[in-house]
Design a protein around this ligand. Structure first.
Ligand SMILES: Cc1cc2nc3c(=O)[nH]c(=O)nc-3n(C[C@H](O)[C@H](O)[C@H](O)COP(=O)(O)OP(=O)(O)OC[C@H]3O[C@@H](n4cnc5c(N)ncnc54)[C@H](O)[C@@H]3O)c2cc1C
Length: 409
C-alpha cells in the first residue's frame, strides 16, 4: 500500500519489534502528532517531546542492552523514525540525534567511562551533543581547525564548533579535534568526551534557523579546555574511523526521516485534495492531480525499498552498507524536498499558511539534504564508488571492441 508501510515485505518484524512499533504508532496518533504544530512554533528544546520518547522506551533503542538500552535493529529503528517523521520532524530528529551523539561514546569510550556515562543517556536523564562541524569546515573535514595539544594527564582543546544540535541542553559533548602532534607527526583527527562544565567551554545563545524547531543549534567555543586522557574516545588519530559507524547510522536515520515526512505529506495532500472543491469536483478527482499523486506514491515506495534495504544491510553487517546508506540518504532526502513542494502546491494558498501543517513539512525538509553529508557530498561518494566498481568488473559483453575505439590511445 503506497500510502503506508504496513506489512511491508522488506520490513518483516518479529512479535516483540512489531509490538514496539505499534506502541510508537499509538503514541504518534495520540500525542506526538496532535502536538507537532505547536512544537514547531518555538525553537527552544522540545523537552516534553523528549520526555515522551524517553518514557516510552524509544530513546533506549539506540543503546546496547548491557548499558541500559534495548538495542533495536536498524530495521526497527528505521520503521520507528519513519512513523514519527510522518507527523513531527522534531521528534524524529530527537531520535536520530540521540544516536549521532552517543554512538562515538559507546564505540570509543573505555568500559569504565561507558558504564558511568551511557546508562543515564539511555534513560533520557542526560543528553550528549556531537560537535564536528566548524565555521570553516563542514563537508571538507580536512579543514578542521580545532586542535588537541598534549597536556599533563591528557589534552587541551581549542577551537570553535558551529551548528551543534542540543548544545544548549547537552551535559556532554563529543568533540572531534585534530591532534597537534598525532602519531608519526600526522594531524590525526581524534574524538574526546567533554563535560559541559569543563573549564574554558562556552555555548552561544540559540542560532535562529528556518525549521527543525524544537531541536535548537548553537556554537560551542573551546578555549584551552582540559580533557583527561580517560575521556579520549578510541585511539589517537582514529576519530574519523570511530565516527564511521555513527555516520552510517545517522545517514540511514536522515533517509528514514525524509521517507516518513514525504509519506506524511502525501497523506495530508491526498486527504486535503479529497475534500477541497474546485470547478465542481474535489481537487483529487482531477486527472492532473491524480497523476501528481501517482508519481509521488511510486517514487516514495521506491525510496522506501532503498531505505529498508540499507537498514537490513546494516543489520547484516554487509560490506557495502556505507555506500547503500549514501544512496538511500541522497535519494530519499532529495525526493522528500520535491514531494513536499508538490504537496504544498496541492494545498493552494492554504499550503502557505501557518495554520496548515504542510508549511512546516516544507521548512523541515531542507535540513535532511544538508546534515550528515550534503546531497552533493553523497553524489561524490557514490560517483567515485561507481567508477571504481566499473573498472574492477569484467568488460561488459557488448563492449567487445578494441581499446583504441575508446579514444584512449
Ligand atoms: C540544523 C542543523 C543542525 C546541524 N547539527 C550538527 C551537529 O549536531 N553536529 C555537527 O557537527 N554538525 C551539525 N550540522 C552541520 C552540518 O553537518 C553541515 O552544515 C553540513 O555537513 C554541510 O557543511 P557546511 O555547512 O560547512 O557546508 P559546506 O561544506 O560549506 O558546503 C557548501 C556547499 O558546497 C557543496 N559542496 C561541498 N563540497 C563539495 C564538493 N566536493 N563537490 C560539490 N559540492 C560540494 C555542499 O554540498 C554545499 O551545497 C548541522 C547543520 C544544520 C543546518
Amino acid at each position: 500500500m503506497p500510502l503506508t508501510a504496513q506489512n511491508h515485505p522488506l520490513a518483516p518484524l518479529d512479535a516483540a519489534d512489531a509490538d514496539m512499533l505499534s506502541r510508537v504508532q499509538q503514541l504518534v496518533q495520540d500525542t506526538i502528532g496532535p502536538k507537532a504544530n505547536a512544537v514547531s512554533r518555538d525553537d527552544a528544546f522540545a523537552w516534553e517531546t523528549f520526555r515522551t520518547l524517553a518514557d516510552s522506551g524509544v530513546i533506549a533503542t539506540a543503546f546496547p542492552r548491557e548499558l541500559g538500552g534495548s538495542e533495536a535493529s536498524m530495521l526497527l529503528r528505521v520503521r520507528i523514525i519513519e512513523e514519527i517523521a510522518r507527523v513531527c520532524s522534531t521528534a524524529a530528529s530527537i531520535v536520530t540525534g540521540t544516536d549521532l551523539s552517543s554512538r562515538p561514546i559507546i564505540a570509543g569510550g573505555s568500559p569504565e567511562l561507558c558504564a558511568r556515562i551511557v546508562p543515564p543517556l539511555a534513560r533520557g536523564e542526560t543528553q550528549s551533543a556531537f560537535a564536528l562541524t566548524e565555521p570553516g569546515a563542514g563537508s571538507d573535514l580536512a579543514r578542521l581547525g580545532t586542535t588537541a595539544t598534549r597536556d599533563t594527564g591528557g589534552y587541551r582543546l581549542t577551537g570553535v564548533k558551529k551548528f551543534i544540535t542540543r548544545a544548549t541542553v547537552a551535559e556532554l559533548f563529543v568533540v572531534v579535534a585534530s591532534l597537534a602532534d598525532g602519531p608519526g607527526g600526522s594531524r590525526g583527527l581524534t574524538a574526546f568526551l567533554v563535560p559541559r562544565d569543563a573549564e574554558g567551554l562556552s555555548v552561544s545563545p540559540i542560532i535562529p534557523k528556518l525549521g527543525w524547531h524544537g531541536v535548537p543549534i548553537a556554537e560551542v567555543r573551546l578555549d584551552g579546555v582540559p580533557v583527561p586522557a580517560s575521556h579520549r574516545l578510541g585511539e589517537e588519530g582514529q576519530g574519523m574511523a570511530l565516527a564511521q559507524d555513527t555516520l552510517v547510522r545517522a545517514r540511514v536515520g536522515h533517509a528514514a526521516i525524509a521517507l516518513g515526512r514525504m509519506t506524511g505529506a502525501l497523506q495530508l495532500a491526498a486527504q486535503y485534495a479529497g475534500h477541497r472543491q474546485v470547478s465542481g469536483k474535489a481537487v483529487g478527482e482531477h486527472q492532473g492531480i491524480q497523476w501528481m499523486l501517482a508519481d509521488m506514491a511510486a517514487r516514495i515506495e521506491a525510496a522506501r525499498c532503498l531505505v529498508y534495504s540499507a537498514a537490513q544491510r546494516y543489520d547484516r553487517k554487509d560490506a557495502e552498507t556505507s555506500i547503500h546508506a549514501s544512496i538511500a540518504k541522497m535519494h530519499s532526502t532529495d525526493l522528500c524536498m520535491r514531494v513536499v513542494v508538490d504537496c504544498a502546491q496541492l494545498f493552494g494558498g492554504n499550503g502557505y499558511l501557518d495554520a496548515y501543517p504542510i508549511e512546516r513539512f516544507l521548512r523541515d525538509a531542507k535540513m535532511n539534504q544538508i546534515g550528515e553529508g550534503t546531497s552533493e557530498v553523497h553524489k561524490n561518494l557514490i560517483g567515485r564508488y561507481i567508477m571504481k566498481t566499473a573498472s574492477a568488473m569484467s568488460r561488459h559483453p557488448c563492449l567487445d571492441f578494441e581499446p583504441d575505439l575508446f579514444g584512449a590511445q
